[in-house]
Design a protein around this ligand. Sequence first.
Ligand SMILES: [Zn+2]
Length: 309
Amino acid sequence: MYDLHHLKGNTYYIDGPTNIGLYKLNDTDVCLIDCGTHNEGPIIETVLRRNKLILKYIVLTHSHADHSGACDYLMKVTNCMVIASKIERAFMRDNKLDLGFLYGGYPLDEFDNRLMHIEDNDEIYSLEYLPKDLRSFKLPGHHYGMIGIRTSDGVYFVADTLGSKSLINSQHILLIYDVEGYLSSLDYLKTLNGNIIVPAHSEVTNDIIDLVDFNKNQIYEIMNIIIEYLNKEHTIEDVTAKIFEHYNLRMSYNKYMLITSTIRSYLAYLSNKKILKNYFKDNKLVFITMEAFNDKFWLFPKLGSFVGR
Ligand SMILES: [Zn+2]
């Protein structure tokens, strides 16, 4: 762990809980793609020093603390320039913004600030400042303004577009903000097959198809559990509890925040696709499948039932 691996040309990565990209701008100067958690700042600094590298830029794929947490430390010790997309810069300005966004209101004290905390940074530059050998591309789905980075060597850093099989087998449901965007980003990854692809939380590969399908199938499985459960009307919290029960997960404050937010996104996706119907009952927002809704409110027997369907 935390070794510098050569990928191709000037492109390298440092392996860790979050894989960190490294692009050599010349013999000594480098740009990092993400930088790990707050605690990993000194470790990354040591890796750079050991390899006689000077940190000039950090480009962040998104603002989550496991990608950006070390920024503040590395900025202070190296004076490097930090670059991120417009919305991700906004999330980094206020350490309560992401918590409030996920929870949907002022966050409880019980939410783990250490996990989500991002130090305030005064200077975070726009993507216009990206070194010329790097190109950004949008990866909607996981977070508002997440981007991927392609280096001039044709290596793609794809952040949290997907998870490894072991991550999915242990967590079962990964954080998603926009399900439609997430599925389109997964499809985009398939078009990159054959190139070197570096996911943040899975092995480097040039054959991503199988992992993309694994991730997609897990999303479809979750949708099917939701659809099956919603043959009767239920609230968002009911659906979240059902998913926890199905996968035998244990609720915690942080899981509640992350997964309830994700369930809301699944329910919005299925409602917007007209697979689910939503309405208010006893002043509660409830969801039910369109099919069950139509059956429920059918005043006369359906013709189909008379013709031996
Ligand atoms: Zn993330």
